[in-house]
Design a binder for this molecule. Structure first.
Ligand code: GTP
Ligand code: MG
Length: 195
């Protein structure tokens, strides 16, 4: 997709703040600091529309970005950040659960995983939760630029097996640094939003 227009609609903490238009929506879920916001920026070729940070816990609200007036990306706060308080973790759980169970125009989740490491317990729990809820999933294994090409197949297998991915679910190697995987990801997103 050629992105000509991308704007932040709202940063929401409560379902009443979600955008009311019913454009198909793709939400990004993944460990804190894995690169969700960076992935959005790369997909829409904007440097820092989705705010990123080298410190985990940057995104604390669900941020809705409208793309070309045809779809919305919902950037969710990252999970599994050990340093946050119990209260923040509880707020994350509530926000995510409300979103995932109540959002009628949700077309699917883009689960972002770090290609370098085996999926964490939280990654596995998230994937299982999405399966339980019957929400379509695309897995993007990002930071592919940080490992050598020769190691990609091994790491890809590690993600697939770690999550016990269903064979029909797409797994895309991605890099926000190089743009690797961008076209493939757009094509999978296109498939989800046209269903
Ligand atoms: P939270 O908002 O805290 O949940 O984090 P996030 O998942 O949105 O991560 P963010 O996009 O802010 O990126 C975290 C750090 O990883 C930043 O320092 C990015 O520059 C870096 N990063 C993200 N994607 C990539 C990538 O593909 N390659 C490399 N080398 N670095 C990346
Ligand atoms: Mg973020």
């Amino acid at each position: 997709m050629k992105v000509t227009q991308a704007e932040l609609i709202i940063s929401a903490v409560d379902p009443r703040q979600y955008p009311e238009d019913a454009l198909p929506e793709i939400a990004l879920a993944g460990r804190s600091n894995v690169g969700k916001s960076s992935l959005i920026n790369r997909m829409i070729h904007r440097k820092n529309l989705a705010r990123t940070s080298s410190k985990p816990g940057k995104t604390q609200t669900i941020n809705f970005y409208r793309i070309n007036g045809v779809l919305t990306f919902a950037d969710m706060p990252g999970y599994g950040f050990a340093k946050v308080s119990k209260a923040v973790r509880a707020a994350w759980g509530r926000m995510s659960e409300q979103y995932l169970t109540q959002r009628h125009n949700l077309a699917g989740i883009l689960q972002v995983i770090d290609l370098r490491h085996p999926p964490t317990k939280d990654d596995i729990a998230m994937y299982e939760w999405l399966k339980h809820l019957g929400i379509p999933v695309i897995v993007a294994a990002t930071k592919a630029d940080k490992i050598t090409r020769g190691q990609w197949p091994k790491h890809k297998k590690q993600v697939k097996e770690g999550l016990q991915m269903e064979p029909k679910d797409p797994l895309i190697l991605f890099s926000s640094q190089t743009g690797q995987g961008k076209e493939e990801l757009w094509s999978e997103i296109g498939r989800l939003i046209s269903d």
